[in-house]
Write a protein that binds this ligand. Structure first.
Ligand SMILES: NC(=O)c1ccc[n+]([C@@H]2O[C@H](COP(=O)([O-])OP(=O)(O)OC[C@H]3O[C@@H](n4cnc5c(N)ncnc54)[C@H](OP(=O)(O)O)[C@@H]3O)[C@@H](O)[C@H]2O)c1
Length: 296
């Protein structure tokens, strides 16, 4: 191979090529899921998006699926039910022979608690006697943020493996969207959410290891975002399914002095998707949040 041909591989369109790839993104109708959807579809991938609210998904497909090389296809589903996950597998399998990219992004944050109370009685009252603090709250958080990653990933293994077998030099990829909340040592006023995200980080490692040791060529990584605008963090979204956060709130808190931008997330998604040598890892995209907050 000549030097010119060797240079060819270094071009952006080859390093980050997702043209013709088939992807499924859970929670693709808003926030980080929508950022990931645009990153892949705008660069030529066919992206199935799922969530519980059909209107959000349809709006995203209509708005962001126009005049781009890829496609955005809405399929409503609740990924906290095995029957619904199976239905999703059946729907995608009926239309596609392979799945190149699975992004397990859907998640919920749950209630907050007063973790700042001083003294044993006040702290116990805030954390135990609080009416919102229930076993059901923990179960719901774990159902959506942890168990769902396990079941969606394991349900799609055959279709993911087919993608790896179909293309030389390509391994299908699973990206779990975890959080820096699973890596910081404080509870950020929500113990169950942070514990669920730490579980998501460890689950990613176990899945990557077990999948590889079973002889499959599927990479499993997680992206741990810092603060990004979304329905979860901003409390809603506009007509274009986009959310916004005030920049000033982050000055002095995060070295980047701002929340994450769509492009910051898009860049990380393209990297995690295309880099064939990254497996079982946590990719932190947080503007330096962990530097300021301290990790476990
Ligand atoms: N934004 C941040 O700063 C940040 C930081 C770190 C990590 N994260 C993580 O990023 C992921 C995306 O959250 P986001 O911040 O972008 O918030 P978001 O805008 O609320 O997005 C979450 C999406 O998940 C979907 N979803 C929730 N439960 C579902 C279910 N049972 N079945 C199917 N879809 C479901 C929601 O749609 P429906 O309600 O229509 O189902 C929604 O579109 C989450 O895992 C979150 O924990 C976010």
């Amino acid at each position: 191979m000549g030097a010119e041909q060797k240079n060819e591989a270094f071009k952006l369109e080859n390093l980050f090529n997702v043209k013709g790839k088939v992807a499924l993104i859970t929670g693709g109708g808003s926030g980080i899921g929508l950022m990931a959807t645009q990153a892949l579809a705008v660069n030529g991938a066919k992206v199935y998006i799922t969530g519980r609210t059909k209107e959000k998904l349809t709006r995203v497909a209509e708005l962001y699926g126009k005049n781009i090389p890829g496609e955005i296809i809405p399929v409503a589903a609740d990924i906290t039910s095995k029957a619904e996950i199976q239905k999703l597998v059946d729907e995608v399998s009926a239309r596609e022979s392979k799945l190149d990219i699975l992004i397990n992004n859907a998640g919920i944050s749950g209630e907050t608690q007063d973790t700042d109370a001083q003294g044993a009685e006040p702290l116990s009252a805030a954390l135990f006697r609080d009416e919102k603090a229930t076993f059901e709250q923990w179960e719901s958080l774990y159902r959506t943020n942890v168990a769902q990653l396990f079941f969606t990933t394991t349900a799609f293994l055959p279709l993911l493996q087919k993608a790896s077998e179909a293309q030389r030099g390509w391994s299908a990829t699973v990206i779990n969207i975890s959080s820096i909340s699973g890596l910081v040592k404080n509870a950020q006023h929500h113990f169950p959410y942070n514990a669920s995200k730490a579980a998501a980080v460890h689950l990613t490692k176990m899945l990557a290891q077990e999948v590889a040791s079973s002889g499959l060529r599927i990479r499993v990584n997680n992206i741990a975002p810092g603060v990004f605008p979304s329905e979860m963090t901003a409390g809603g979204s506009d007509d274009a399914q986009k959310s916004s956060l005030e920049k000033d709130k982050y000055e002095g808190k995060v070295p980047a002095a701002r929340p994450g931008k769509d492009e910051d997330m898009a860049n990380a998604v393209l990297f995690a998707t295309t880099n064939q040598y990254v497996n079982g890892q946590t990719i932190v995209v947080d503007g330096g949040y962990l530097l300021a907050a301290g990790t476990l």
